[in-house]
Design a binder for this molecule. Sequence first.
Ligand code: GLN
Length: 200
Amino acid sequence: MNDKRKIGVLALQGDFAEHMASLRKLGAEALAVRLPQDLESLDGLIIPGGESTTIGRLMVSYGFVQTLRQLSQDGFPVFGTCAGMVLLARSALDLLDVATIGAMGIKVRRNAFGRQVDSFETLLSVPALGEVPFPGVFIRAPIIIETEPGVEILASLPDGTPVGAKQGNLLVSAFHPELTSDLRFHAYFLDVVSRGARSQ
Ligand code: GLN
């Protein structure tokens, strides 16, 4: 499962350093992506958690949105966590004035848990990762409220709310696997990357 692939982490704002550390622990090469030309020669990209309106505005000013929309449609593997999930979604409630990449067939609600319960941890059942539950760290997290055909739900809260999904080359989680020592979600993304490479 370990991999020497080159994975970029969008480093405009948010917790990109933690994602880079998780990728390196798995033996992948992790590169900070600050400009669209940094995407060249990468095997995949992670869009981290942070503030989706801030990351979204910076993505527009640096010219990332169209490029990433096209790359995602062409099969380039992208993993969006939390704010990154919001930016990959086809549409997001309450995203103010920011254009999203819009590549993944999900509709999300930002800050879905409100101020009362804005951060929490819970064990998630993620069948694709095996029987051991995954530690879900939620910080002002979004949820998935609609899915288009072809979207596979990977993780749900105990009440059934979807919080992780996959659609071909695209992977999203409302929670933060990079803030845990459990590397299975990143390893799963590296598998998506390797599978894409094999089918090219
Ligand atoms: N609430 C943030 C947003 O929607 C996401 C929070 C996070 O990434 N931890 O932008």
